[in-house]
Write a protein that binds this ligand. Structure first.
Ligand code: F6P
Ligand code: MN
Length: 327
């Protein structure tokens, strides 16, 4: 049996990285316990509401954010933290060598219906050790990430992690409260017949994405010559986990629903860490055309269209976009 601690010790080339990963995954154990308690933990409902004792209720995504922030601020290797929940990055220990970014509770609309949610994290090098970190220090392309991972709080709690050139998975053993290695080298098949998209946005998509989904729906009777199947968890962490387990394509494409947003998902807290995991597992991750990990960010909260998963299917979407662009 290999625990997360054993695994990190065996890959000890960057002890600071291992220490920060231990901090994040330890907080994950606490979040997992809070979720297991559900309504009994007195944590459901909107932030700002009062509970029966008349105390302020903290919505679980705010609580998850605060727990991560508090724990990472105490970690001497962490120079700063950026969270989907906070407008600005929070400086931590100036002498630290790492920056940590996270989506504390992805898919949080799933909490109140007892469905899967998760914590996504990304770790970047800190280039200005000794000085107080700022938002601009976080503006590094995804390919600079030293590690990335997620915790999926589903029927069991699973950690997917990449600190080497591959992806590993651990399951949180409820008896020992330890993460135990369950998959050593996650690989995504290049071909798939399963896809994930919120099709209610069809009318807001660009022509190539509409054509792509039309082709999949036509199935056997269309140009693809085979039937496809839809799955949508409504939490990216759940859809990406399914893809790491059995392949598939996930997309939250560019849409014109809100003129201020290029897509729904956040580059730094969602697209980058998931893209690193997907690529290291042999899949591909693009904004429909460009590799996500090559995007130079201009804002810590910027949004990006996402098409990721089984390589041949991601390439197919890219080809459709390129064909439309040259028309
Ligand atoms: O974090 C944004 C997110 O909750 C993702 O986890 C998920 O894939 C998506 O939004 C769901 O969006 P929609 O509510 O449009 O289906
Ligand atoms: Mn999210």
């Amino acid at each position: 049996m290999t625990t997360l601690a054993n695994y990190l010790n065996a890959h000890a080339s960057n002890p600071a990285l291992n220490d920060v990963i231990t901090t994040v995954t330890d907080v994950g154990k606490t979040i997992s316990q809070l979720l297991r308690k559900g309504a009994l933990a007195d944590i459901l409902g909107e932030a700002g509401n009062q509970n029966v004792q008349g105390e302020e209720q903290k919505k679980l995504d705010v609580l998850a954010n605060d727990l991560l922030l508090e724990a990472l601020a105490k970690n001497s290797h962490c120079a700063g933290v950026a969270s989907e929940e906070l407008d600005d990055a929070t400086p931590a220990n100036a002498d630290g060598s790492l920056l940590v970014l996270f989506d504390p509770l992805d898919g949080s609309s799933n909490i109140d219906i007892n469905m899967a949610v998760g914590t996504i994290f990304s770790i970047l090098p800190y280039q200005r050790q000794g000085q107080v970190s700022e938002n601009s220090d976080f503006l590094q392309a995804g390919k600079q990430q030293l590690a990335a991972g997620y915790l999926l709080y589903g029927t069991s709690t699973v950690l997917a992690l990449t600190i080497t050139d591959n992806v590993v998975m651990f399951s949180l053993d409820p008896d020992s409260n330890e993460y135990v290695l369950i998959k050593e080298d996650v690989q995504i098949a290049a071909d798939t017949s399963e896809y994930a998209i919120n099709a209610s946005n069809y009318r807001y998509w660009q022509a190539p994405m509409q054509q792509y989904i039309d082709e999949l729906i036509a199935g056997k009777t269309g140009v693809r010559g085979r039937d496809f199947n839809t799955r949508w968890v409504a939490a990216m962490v759940g859809d990406v986990h399914r893809i790491l387990c059995r392949g598939g394509l996930f997309t939250y494409p560019f849409d014109t629903k809100d003129a201020n947003k290029a897509g729904k998902l956040r580059l730094m807290y969602e697209a980058n860490p998931m893209s690193l995991l997907i690529e290291r597992a042999g899949g591909a991750a693009t904004d429909a055309v460009q590799r996500i990990l090559d995007i130079e960010p201009s804002d810590i909260h910027q949004r990006v269209p996402v098409v990721l998963g089984s390589k041949n299917e991601v390439d197919y979407v890219k080809d459709l976009h390129l064909k439309h662009a040259t028309k």
